[in-house]
Design a protein around this ligand. Structure first.
Ligand code: AHG
Ligand code: MN
Ligand code: MN
Length: 345
């Protein structure tokens, strides 16, 4: 009689496509800078809130949670009902876990002190990104950054705990509520993507060790603002057109970023005359995606500075953002600095 050993995974890796998010987090725990298990739990809390927001998103057309909430947020933008719902869901998940001491959210004017001074982590979050797309059934997202507090656990939260550079993030990620729902995150050791299986209620590893193409043929920018751009951006976009690149712009940063990360491309939200610092927020939009970009071999800049090197000075600070395939971002940056376009072709 021949007895064969069961070999479930012939890749030799401890994890492979199909590994559940929970198992993956556990297996990768020793990669974390502080392998205490708290960051693992925090990631699980975020995944749970993402599942709930995913459920609400899928029901949006039926359950009267589409449309405006009737208030504007601190950015002066009209809050959608789902913005408010997503904010509540993430706040609850992050406050119950006990790992987090403070939260910065797009939907909250001030830092939220969770009155849990023993929590070691600070989270910055855009609970619902791309909210203008909710009512028209187009992909939306969540973006999160996780920092370790600087002041000792047990003491009151200080400004320095919140105003950290993006390079200090210990983890960052996004959830994309699209044709599938995906959670993509990094703890500084590469980027992994998980797809949600609705009927099982689980995220499964579907995109291990994501590597962004060095270059691509997609540019993503709101061309309606072209008349307000500075010459460098106009020149770069003209170059994209001369090369017959494809224009793709969803208007949900997470969705545009995700596509370009996988296919190769560049996303630009530049400074305009109306918005000299651009539109996107450093703490809970640009920083998280910049860390993921770099971890996948891509790049993120504000046109002259690495996004992750910018020291924040205010909570809802905006920044121009050029993010995506490294060669494309480098080229756009060179053109913005006035270098000769022709010599770059
Ligand atoms: P939010 O819905 O969180 O306010 O973010 C919207 C952002 C971003 O997702 C998107 O890329 C950008 O705004 C679109 O802005 P424009 O409509 O000006 O192009
Ligand atoms: Mn957003
Ligand atoms: Mn938002």
């Amino acid at each position: 009689m021949k007895i064969l050993p069961y070999l479930p995974d012939r890749s030799g890796l401890a994890y492979s496509v199909g590994t559940t998010l929970d198992r993956f987090i556990k297996l990768k725990q020793s990669d974390f800078p502080f392998a205490s298990g708290e960051l693992s739990q925090l990631l699980r809390d975020i995944a749970l809130a993402a599942k709930i927001v995913n459920r609400e998103t899928n029901r949006a057309g039926l359950s009267n949670i589409g449309g405006a909430f009737g208030q504007v947020n601190v950015q002066g933008e009209e809050q959608q009902k789902l913005d408010v719902i997503a904010n509540i869901r993430f706040m609850r998940a992050l406050s119950k876990g006990g790992e987090v001491c403070a939260i910065v959210s797009e939907e909250e004017d001030s830092v939220i002190d969770l009155q849990n001074s023993s929590g070691k982590y600070v989270v910055a979050i855009d609970p619902l990104d791309g909210s203008s797309n909710i009512d028209v059934n187009i992909s939306i997202g969540t973006i999160f950054s996780i920092y370790r507090r600087i002041t000792p656990a047990g003491s009151p939260i200080q400004q320095e705990d919140i105003m950290q550079k993006g390079s200090e993030q210990v983890a960052a990620g996004y959830v994309l509520y699209g044709s599938s729902t995906m959670l993509v995150y990094t703890t500084g050791c590469g980027v992994n993507g998980f797809t949600y299986e609705q009927s099982l209620g689980e995220f499964f590893l579907s995109h291990p060790d994501i590597r962004a193409p060095k270059s691509g043929e997609i540019y993503s920018v709101n061309e309606g603002s072209q008349l307000d751009w500075e010459a460098g951006i106009k020149n770069y976009i003209t170059l994209c057109k001369e090369r017959r690149y494809s224009a793709r712009y969803i208007g949900s940063l997470v969705a545009d970023f995700h596509r370009n990360l996988l296919k190769g491309g560049i996303y630009l939200y530049p400074a305009t005359k109306k918005n000299p610092s651009g539109k996107l927020r450093l703490l809970y939009e640009a920083n998280a995606l910049a860390l993921i970009a770099e971890q996948a071999g891509a790049m993120a800049t504000d046109g002259s500075r690495r996004i992750l090197d910018i020291k924040p000075t205010s909570l809802h600070q905006r920044t121009p953002l050029l993010i995506g395939s490294s060669e494309m971002v480098q080229e756009a940056e060179a053109i913005l600095k006035g270098e000769d376009v022709k010599s770059l072709i």
